[in-house]
Design a protein around this ligand. Structure first.
Ligand SMILES: NC(=O)c1ccc[n+]([C@@H]2O[C@H](COP(=O)([O-])OP(=O)(O)OC[C@H]3O[C@@H](n4cnc5c(N)ncnc54)[C@H](OP(=O)(O)O)[C@@H]3O)[C@@H](O)[C@H]2O)c1
Length: 329
């Protein structure tokens, strides 16, 4: 296989997370951010000027047609992920798509099927999984150091703006804590315990009809239980703890960009592992995308397609319990 030394990125959307990935790409020597696309020329120009990007497109269509781009990063609100991903794939671009990958598992399945048909790489941007500390954690768990996992707890809640038209609260933009940040503890639970076979949850729905805080209990084959919660109107401790038969591992705040964990084994002093990172941490998922593209892979083994779908199935089940549907669903 011919190895391309440089992978050329295009960013679709110019919001907060788009800027974070643009910043992270600067620390990857063989990543070139060559294009950005926005719904307005003004935003595209401002973003391009900030990150020294040569091609600033006034539409997403023009971005995906840019022959200089190898891979598109979809950085729009959740309900647009499906349409934007289809657009990029249909123009022969590989795609890294923000989380939640889609509004529901059915949409995710159609995106994945299309990418496979086109023989293009597609991955959910669950950036947490690619941190060096997460890799270390997976090694420790695989070694059996803490024995069989019995319990897992994690939380991701923050006090966001109470703006009914904003992305967090507006059902038209896929609002609610579960889709925005509840997916992190659920994805973590999936990584260490697999797909749940029992799900119980409870939510406080706010005035716009979306979940402002909620809690979930996931039961896993073999008996382990995950106890998780999330919020967009309340700040929570932002920690995760894995409890096994022989000890427990605490992943310190913020567990979704993990740099410190404490391992406590029965009868031993706690061991602290710190793995600080440079930049903002989004470079690790981008490096995985580039590695997979070079290998000709269509998916990443760290967040494979079937797991992206199964995580969205968990979210579907939870929303069904609450009667929370998004417009157009
Ligand atoms: N991985 C992470 O750590 C992380 C963190 C935050 C967010 N996210 C995810 O990233 C996605 C975007 O979040 P964000 O916080 O970056 O949002 P944001 O700041 O609101 O930016 C979203 C961008 O999407 C584009 N867009 C297209 N249609 C839109 C519409 N109808 N309304 C508003 N914007 C629209 C806009 O770019 P143009 O105007 O240029 O077209 C806008 O700047 C979400 O799915 C979120 O879950 C991930």
């Amino acid at each position: 296989m011919i190895q391309k030394s440089i992978i050329r990125w295009g960013i679709l959307g110019t919001g907060r997370i788009a800027g974070d990935l643009a910043t992270a790409l600067q620390v990857i020597p063989d990543a070139h951010l060559v294009a950005v696309g926005s719904r307005s020329q003004e935003s595209a120009d401002a973003f391009a000027a900030k990150f020294s990007i040569r091609n600033a497109h006034s539409s997403y269509e023009n971005l995906v047609k840019d022959p200089e781009v190898d891979v598109i990063y979809v950085a729009t609100p959740h309900p647009m992920h499906k349409e934007n991903t289809f657009l990029a794939l249909s123009h022969g671009k590989h795609v890294l798509c923000e989380k939640p990958f889609a509004l529901n598992s059915k949409d995710a399945e159609s995106m994945i099927a299309f990418a496979r048909e086109k023989k293009l790489f597609l991955m959910e941007a669950m950036w947490t999984r690619f941190f060096p500390l997460m890799e270390k954690l997976r090694e420790i768990l695989a070694s059996g150091a803490i024995g069989k996992i019995q319990l897992f707890s994690a939380d991701f809640g923050f006090r966001g703006p109470n703006d009914p038209s904003g992305r967090l609260m507006n059902p038209e933009l896929g609002g609610g804590a579960l889709m925005d940040v509840g997916i992190y503890p659920i994805s973590f639970s999936s990584m260490i315990l697999g797909t749940p076979d029992r799900i119980t949850s409870m939510a406080q729905l706010g005035e716009t009809g979306v979940d402002e805080s909620s809690a979930f209990l996931l039961g896993h084959p073999g008996g382990a239980i995950s106890s998780l919660y999330t919020a967009i109107r309340t700040d929570t401790p932002h920690e995760a703890t894995i409890m096994g038969e022989k000890g427990h591992i605490r992943i310190h705040s913020h567990f979704w960009c993990p740099q410190k964990m404490t391992i406590t084994l029965e009868g031993q002093d706690p061991e602290v592992i710190e793995m600080p990172i440079e930049s903002n941490g989004y470079q690790f998922e981008a490096m995985e995308v580039m590695k997979c593209i070079r290998e000709g892979a269509l998916e990443s083994s760290i967040i494979p397609h079937n797991e992206t779908v199964s995580i969205l199935k968990t979210l579907d089940t939870i929303r069904l319990e609450w009667g929370l549907k998004y417009p157009g669903e």
